[in-house]
Design a protein around this ligand. Structure first.
Ligand code: PLP
Length: 452
């Protein structure tokens, strides 16, 4: 047991796995990498091995590692004061609000800060329900195959197996799930464009038949569950349906925001204006925890004379706000949104080539510097290698075998059940991107050997 050795040798890996929980996994067998150093798009382990961070850790280190300007901004704030209770104004709060106004869809005019994407979505759920409390429009619809957070409210929105893992009557109460725009495996057995956006139209049917729906929450580009870029017209149709039915549209941009898709926010790709937008991760480039719920004028006006029954001790904490301020300035000054769009073309082209070359690749999807490779055992009938029960039980996944090979070659990719995600820091150069993709290409020989 580790405990006996604690005083003798300091073993951070053994201590971390013995005394702290590994998230989203069985604890048994957790042998984490010891992360010791990070700079630019790279990080290192304790053996001095260097890895290209091809998934920006958890799709959050959008500005790469060791950014001097963000570190200085954090220190500058700390040198002034570390904390002020959220009932006070601070200069940094105002500076970040002004920056946000300049980059968010222009209809989003009032902001609430949290510490995680989960918290931002909790705020959104409550905001929808407070907004429609007198009409009793308390139900919320989100999509299957989505992730919106880990606490009871946000996990009830979640459409993937992480909800099933904790599901009880209580965790799902008031939330219904709709078919996602997952064209490669259309849940309605349709084909775009002949489907005429059947999945979006079904939402209209659900809203009308439920009768008391107050909000629809969608990831404009589904993240963890496969970088699912919706077909043209989907988000616009969802916007129309929610408007016609007087339902609030909440877009969860925790992962898809901050240049990831080649625009400031994924909704900008389709010029859709949500009533509420939630985001986190890239807002500080992951230098400190911070999240945001941005709301429209209509919602802001509602709370002028209605009690905003929400808050946290660390709402608008000045230190993460200082990180956000510098991060937004970095996105702007380094023109990283355009860079993401430009390199996105390279990523798309290479992913298509990868699909051509590898029999185990069923589908590739990407937008900006946000891509996924979905593996299959059999291309014709799209047989997946694994299912969510394998993940729950801790069975070996094909994606993990591919990622292990890539890691040995110095490239880190984040995996899910049947796909892995390519989402490097937006500061990556074209040469680094190409090198990382060479390794991904080579790593797929592992899954190719197992096709039927
Ligand atoms: C789309 C989306 N929403 C919400 C969350 C939850 O964010 P957090 O892990 O910061 O609580 C995530 C996390 O990956 C996410 O991708």
């Amino acid at each position: 047991m580790v405990e006996k050795n604690l005083d003798e040798i300091f073993d951070p890996v053994a201590i971390s796995s013995e005394l702290t929980y590994g998230t989203w996994r069985r604890q048994n067998g957790w042998k984490p990498l010891l992360f010791t150093k990070a700079y630019g798009p790279y990080f290192e382990d304790n053996n001095g091995h260097r890895y290209l961070d091809f998934s920006s850790q958890l799709m959050c280190s959008n500005l790469g590692h060791g950014n001097q300007r963000i570190k200085e901004s954090i220190m500058e704030q700390l040198n002034k004061f570390e904390y002020a209770q959220p009932g006070y104004a601070t200069e940094i709060r105002a500076k970040v609000a002004v920056e946000l106004k300049s980059v968010l869809p222009e209809n989003l005019v009032k902001y609430f800060f949290g510490s995680s994407g989960t918290e931002a979505n909790e705020a959104a759920i409550k905001t929808v329900r407070m907004f429609f409390s007198s009409d009793k429009k308390t139900k919320i619809i989100s999509n299957y195959n989505s992730y919106h957070g880990s606490t009871m409210g946000s996990v009830s929105l979640t459409g993937d197996f992480r909800r099933i893992a904790v599901d009880t009557f209580y965790s799902s109460q008031g939330v219904l799930h709709a078919p996602p725009p997952y064209c490669y495996r259309c849940p309605l057995g349709q084909h775009y464009p002949e489907c005429n956006l059947a999945c979006a139209n079904y939402l209209d049917y659900m809203i009308k038949n439920e009768g008391n729906v107050g909000g629809v929450v969608v990831e404009p580009v589904t993240g963890t569950n496969g970088v699912i870029v919706p077909p043209e017209g989907y988000l616009q149709r969802i916007r129309e349906i929610t408007r016609e039915n007087d339902v609030l549209l909440v877009t969860d941009e925790v992962m898809s925001g901050w240049g990831r898709t080649g625009e400031w926010f994924a909704v900008d790709n389709w010029s859709v204006k949500p009533d509420i937008l939630t985001t986190a991760k890239g807002i500080t480039g992951a230098y400190l925890p911070l999240s945001l719920m941005a709301t429209s004028r209509r919602i802001a006006d509602f709370f002028e004379n209605n009690y905003f029954a929400h808050g946290h001790t660390y709402e608008a904490h000045p230190v993460p706000l200082a990180a956000a301020y510098a991060a937004i300035r970095e996105y702007k000054d380094k023109d990283l949104i355009k860079h993401s769009k430009n390199l996105g073309k390279v990523l798309k082209k290479r992913l298509e080539e990868i699909k051509e070359r590898h029999r185990s690749v069923g589908d590739v999807r990407s937008i900006g510097l946000f891509g996924a490779v979905e593996l299959v055992k059999n291309r014709e009938i799209k047989t997946p290698f694994n299912n969510y029960l394998d993940k729950l039980k801790g069975n070996p996944l094909m994606t993990d075998r591919v990622a292990k090979y890539a890691m040995e070659k110095g490239v880190y990719i984040s995996t899910w059940i049947n796909h892995f995600i390519i989402a490097p820091p937006l500061i990556i150069t074209e040469e680094e991107l190409e090198k990382g993709l060479d390794v991904v290409d080579e790593s797929l020989s592992v899954s190719d050997k197992e096709v039927l």
